[in-house]
Design a protein around this ligand. Structure first.
Ligand code: KG4
Ligand code: ZN
Length: 331
């Protein structure tokens, strides 16, 4: 089954053709990052306008790379949410139009289901599993008994982890996009700053706003004393706390639910510190760890095409009334 998938939930215009939920035939990602970098973050109005300008070209390019025609496609999939509403609507209209013209099923995909199934492009998922979802908008631990069944164990009570990375980056004068650069700086720094381990309790919930505030206060106090903070050390101290709490709660979930498979999903899955510490912890606990390839960590349509195959098998087929949802929980 060939699915043409479209992803436009934030600032990447992407289209991909995926065979049977696991094989990438072609993938095109047009990032708007350089435009938004001028403003220090994603500007929603500009994002939707750029999606409109580029969506047709990106879809055409995905077909061309695959050496396929639209008639070869068996179904169309699209991210319906969560995300920026104006951005989502562009992808949604494109997918609806194609589904209507070619009379093929329209499969709605939750963005986080996409991030999870990015791992299916690396290796077929094995169940039961725990998914650690870490992105710019999400920090969640999810239990999956089988394909396309999602039980949320816990999540962030305030900022998502990627969001905390981006805000901390701003405080230490690291340009947008902050997350990957803070990760790089942390590699060259030492854990010298006294930062708290956030929400260090027995729940599966997370909280990153206190840690972010601690970084802001420390930087402010140092500057008042006429000292500049050492970026690398602040990055390393912040990253160590984040990684420690993420790994601690993930390993607890694996143990409590007696699960031996762990997957990591979302933009922060690209974080080298997190990958390294999780790998060690999983080896010790005899847990199979799957992390997505770097190119599948941040937003892309290939992951949506992978998820869509299993959504379709579960019976998720939408009609032309399908609407975009800025906020929606994973079910
Ligand atoms: O999944 P994603 O592309 O978009 C959302 O669905 O949110 O994730 C983007 C987030 C951003 O906050 C970005 O700073 C963060 O992922 N990120 C990282 C790294 N690479 C991307 N955070 C920490 N370390 C990284 N290497
Ligand atoms: Zn994402």
């Amino acid at each position: 089954m060939y699915i043409l998938a479209i992803e436009t939930s934030c600032d990447e215009t992407s289209a991909s053709i995926i065979k049977d939920g696991c094989e990438e035939i072609s993938s095109v990602i047009l990032s708007q990052m350089n435009t938004h970098a001028n403003y220090g973050g994603v500007v929603p109005e500009i994002a939707s306008r750029m999606h409109i300008e580029n969506i047709t070209m990106v879809i055409d390019e995905a077909l061309k790379k695959a050496k396929m025609k639209m008639e070869d496609i068996d179904a169309f999939a699209v991210t319906y949410g969560p995300g920026l509403i104006g951005s989502l609507l562009v992808g949604l209209m494109a997918a609806k139009t194609l589904s209507f013209i070619y009379q093929k099923p329209l499969i709605p995909v939750h963005h986080i289901a996409g991030h999870i199934y990015a791992n299916n492009l690396v290796k077929r998922l094995e169940f039961p599993l725990i998914a650690l979802v870490v992105s710019g908008g999400h920090t969640e631990l999810i239990y999956m008994k089988e394909d396309y069944s999602f039980e949320k164990l816990g999540g962030t009570l305030d900022d998502a982890v990627g969001e905390a990375y981006d805000k901390v980056a701003r405080v230490i004068n690291v340009p947008y996009p902050g997350g990957p650069l803070v990760d790089k700086l942390a590699f060259d720094g030492q854990d010298t700053y006294d930062l708290p381990l956030p929400l260090n309790d027995n729940s599966y919930n997370f909280s990153f706003s206190g840690l972010k505030s601690a970084v802001i206060n420390l930087a402010h106090n140092e500057r008042q004393r006429g000292n500049e903070i050492i970026k690398e050390n602040m990055a390393a101290s912040f990253q160590n706390r984040v990684v420690e709490i993420l790994v601690k709660k993930t390993m607890k979930a694996l143990k409590d639910y007696d699960v031996k498979n762990l997957i990591v999903a979302g933009g922060v899955a690209a974080n080298k510190g997190l990958r390294t510490v999780l790998k060690e912890a999983c080896e010790k606990a005899d847990v199979n760890l799957i992390v997505p390839e770097m190119k599948y960590c941040t937003d892309n349509a290939a992951m949506i095409g992978a998820a869509a195959y299993y959504a379709y098998k579960r019976g998720d087929i939408a009609d032309l009334n399908l609407n975009a949802k800025a906020v929606d929980s994973l079910r």
